[in-house]
Design a protein around this ligand. Structure first.
Ligand code: NAI
Ligand code: SOE
Length: 370
């Protein structure tokens, strides 16, 4: 593999790629061949630390190497499209971090290019690979929970202040950060919503940007200055008739990467919170009255993708990441599409755009159907 961008996610991917083939035979060996960073010294140091054979400063040189089969893109989003298209043209399989790019039109072109080239793609919507989420999805698809009715999701963080102050401030500019926090963290709950409940068909929304002192930047100033939204709420209708609500912001004091959803279906209600990611909670309709309420399902080796035989040992960020790469490599070995691929991610981007447009136009916006 060639890793492009050795920042936060570059490190997470490197750790996960080491672990991915080790607990199960996935039919392939991963060799960390080359790491790309713009600064040569940083590239060399990171390559040594993270176990890559070579370092490089130009991603173009890395992706055409004969000894590279997989290109893993972990740069800020505005570079994803160019790197991915070039990697696809070079016949490489591509893993790309989310958002796949900042425009859905570009994202669909990336999907088409990958399909035409016959390469496998996957995008870093990692939360759906948490064993508890995967198992909830299996039960939902099997009909155990009945007909999906209502989905409620939120992704809350309190990190904005650090993000604007540290080198990761690319997130605070529209040119580099794309569609703000709706694209950055909202995209994760959109991906999970479609993964679990199916296609979203229309949305209505409000987005906001927090003023430096207190309150919101006035809407007219926000729009005139093209300020990136850092908060949003939206409602959605699904193709299957279900309805949903979503909320994000990046200054929810004390909320540490709180990705969470709950849903009600005709036979059960389900609750998942990434901060307690080893479990999910389910309450079945029709239980004996003295048993009514939520039970906690602890994931263990009985459940899909789990790492450890014993429940309670913890399911970490690296483990979930390793699960997503294990699936990616297995898809490449089997020559079948991975999930979520560029097509799925292009749809997420389409919904991100619909949310921003719905807020700007103060109206419901239909999401084009697949
Ligand atoms: P970061 O800022 O920590 O790392 C980006 C790295 O890319 C930096 O080290 C930078 O020097 C490097 N870079 C920039 N231009 C480059 C170029 N031309 N060639 C090679 N390297 C270059 O950013 P972070 O947090 O790692 O985010 C990267 C991507 O991962 C983003 O798309 C972000 O949305 C996504 N992400 C996904 C997460 C998830 O849980 N799925 C978590 C965090 C980020
Ligand atoms: C920052 O908001 C961030 O790192 C996102 O970019 C990731 O996608 C999310 O998983 C964690 O938060």
């Amino acid at each position: 593999m060639a890793l492009i961008g050795g920042g936060f996610m570059g490190k997470a991917h490197s750790l996960a790629m080491t672990v991915a083939p080790q607990l199960e035979n996935i039919g392939a060996t991963i060799t960390k061949q080359v790491l790309v960073e713009v600064d040569p010294e940083l590239a060399r140091t990171l390559a040594d630390d993270l176990g890559y054979r070579f370092s490089e400063t130009d991603w173009r040189a890395a992706i055409v190497r004969e000894d590279v089969d997989i290109v893993d893109i972990c740069t800020p989003p505005q570079l994803h499209e160019e790197i991915a298209l070039a990697a696809i043209a070079a016949g490489k399989h591509v893993f790309c971090e989310k958002p796949i790019t900042n425009l859905s039109s570009e994202a669909f072109a990336m999907r088409d290019a990958a399909e035409a080239a016959g390469v496998i793609t996957q995008v870093g919507y990692n939360y759906r690979h948490t064993p508890a989420v995967t198992f909830a999805k299996q039960l939902l698809d099997r009909g155990d929970f009945g007909v999906p009715l209502q989905f409620r999701a939120s992704f809350l963080q309190d990190g904005l202040f650090t993000l604007v102050a540290d080198p990761h401030r690319w997130r605070a500019s529209r040119k580099t950060g794309g569609s703000g926090m709706v694209g950055d963290i909202g995209s994760h709950i959109i991906d999970s919503a479609e993964y679990l409940f199916g296609d979203i068909v229309r949305v209505a929304a409000r987005v906001r940007t927090k003023a430096p002192d207190a309150g919101w930047i006035p809407e007219e100033d926000r729009i005139a200055n093209d300020s990136l939204e850092d908060a949003g709420v939206w409602i959605a209708e699904f193709a299957n008739g279900a309805i949903g609500t979503f909320a994000i912001n990046s200054y929810a004091s004390g909320r540490k990467n709180r990705f969470a959803f709950e849903f009600d279906a005709s036979k059960a209600a389900v609750e998942f919170n990434w901060n307690d990611r080893e479990v999910f909670k389910v309450s079945y309709v029709g239980e004996e009255k003295d048993h009514l309420g939520f039970r906690t399902i602890h994931t263990n080796s009985e459940h899909p993708d789990s790492f450890w035989r014993l429940a309670g040992l913890g399911t970490g960020y690296t483990e979930v990441s390793a699960i997503q790469f294990r699936k990616f490599i297995k898809a490449i070995v089997a020559g079948r599409p991975a999930e979520p691929d560029f097509g799925d991610a292009a749809r997420v981007q389409q919904i991100v755009e619909a949310v921003v447009e719905a807020a700007a136009s103060d109206s419901w916006v239909d999401v084009p159907q697949r």
